[in-house]
Design a protein around this ligand. Structure first.
Ligand code: TYD
Length: 344
């Protein structure tokens, strides 16, 4: 797990202030090496701060985050500040976040480490991988949302891969270049599908390595856009669906950002961007309807994109956390079943 690795990486340059000697034992047994200072056996926050000062190093505060731990962390901060020692609580905050649901029961860092090992470290190789797709008509804020989701999930310790369609690969590049301008909507759908074929393999591989893949547009884009009668031509949705089954993969979560084209087109124009052939109000209205019907049929999570970016982000994170929790639960149940079969 990244957070534990980054504690090891502090060795030599930082001292890590922990509450008790049991905490050092817990960290060491989890493979973390470091220059630890124990607050309890060292005589409290003042002595611990002095030890950091004497070592001439910056400090990381890694006490428990139960009520007592928070008071202790505050004391340490005050004393370190008085001695002019710089300190960092980011790692503490990250661990606190990961252990959020357990925080009220946490008595010692020991039990937290145990929990982390059980729920996260044990999944190395098995992978916490997931494919999360964000869909919506242009101007719903997909790109902004995807970038923010990727940043925050990475800060929380997930390995994240950001991607989008049309891709920047060979077929996607040709689509973007406009080389196929003027082809029918069915041909265009097949081109998007060909681009998707390679892309799906790459995404599945990343997910199997344990990465959380955030993908801006996927097969629902083809189903919604190419069957909505651009220039009077449309691909047959019933012909496209079986192709999706062959060349795409059902994502773990699809978020649909939904808003009225009157609003989204205004947003696109205010960005000063060129309006593409796809951005015509009547057409986009039909695309929106298709998207909403697909959402109903395939269980996409619909988020009202007329809300502010923070609210949209919070709503999307709630959905993602729920999905990641389910995946984690599913995998640990499977692991338990495997190991009990092994014993039996
Ligand atoms: P867009 O998400 O706007 O890409 P970027 O912001 O990187 O340029 O996608 C470009 C357009 O392609 C968009 O208007 C929707 C359209 N599109 C389809 O019509 N079908 C598809 O299958 C995909 C993936 C995109």
């Amino acid at each position: 797990m990244k957070t534990l690795d980054s504690i090891s990486a502090l060795k030599g340059t930082h001292v890590v202030l922990v509450e008790g000697s049991k905490d050092i034992a817990a960290l060491t047994s989890s493979g973390v090496s470091g220059d630890f200072v124990c607050v309890q056996s060292g005589g409290g926050p003042v002595r611990a701060a002095e030890a950091a000062w004497k070592a001439g190093k910056s400090a990381v505060i890694l006490t428990d985050w139960d009520r007592r731990g928070n008071i202790l962390a505050d004391d340490l901060r005050t004393n370190l500040m008085a001695l002019g020692v710089s300190y960092n609580t980011r790692i503490r905050d990250t661990l606190a976040f990961l252990c959020g649901p357990y925080a009220k029961d946490v008595e010692s860092l020991d039990s937290v480490i145990l929990h982390l090992e059980k729920s996260l470290l044990g999944m190395r190789g098995v992978g916490m991988g997931a494919i999360i797709v964000v869909e919506g008509i242009d101007g719903t804020g997909k790109s902004t949302l995807c970038a923010r989701l990727a940043k925050v999930l990475a800060e929380e310790g997930y390995e994240v891969e950001s991607t989008s369609e049309p891709t920047r690969g060979k077929v996607g590049g040709l689509i973007r270049s406009g080389a196929f301008e003027g082809v029918s909507q069915s041909t265009e759908a097949l081109l998007f599908m060909a681009d998707r074929n390679d892309h799906t393999e790459r995404m599945a591989e990343a997910a199997s390595e344990g990465k959380v893949v955030i993908c801006d547009r996927y097969f629902a884009s083809t189903l919604a856009y190419q069957s909505s009668g651009l220039d009077g031509g449309r691909a047959d949705m019933d012909a496209l669906l079986p192709l999706c089954e062959v060349f795409a993969k059902v994502p773990d979560l699809t978020i649909l950002l939904d808003a009225d084209p009157a609003l989204t087109m205004g947003r696109v124009r205010s960005r000063g961007e060129d309006v593409s052939k796809f951005e015509e109000a009547g057409f986009l209205r039909r695309v929106r309807e298709k998207y909403l019907a697909l959402a109903e049929e395939h269980g996409f999570k619909v988020i009202d994109a007329s809300m502010g970016p923070d609210e949209v982000f919070e709503a999307a994170m709630r959905e993602i956390r729920e999905v990641l929790r389910c995946i984690r639960r599913r995998r640990s149940t499977r692991r338990r079943a495997r190991s009990s079969r092994g014993r039996g």
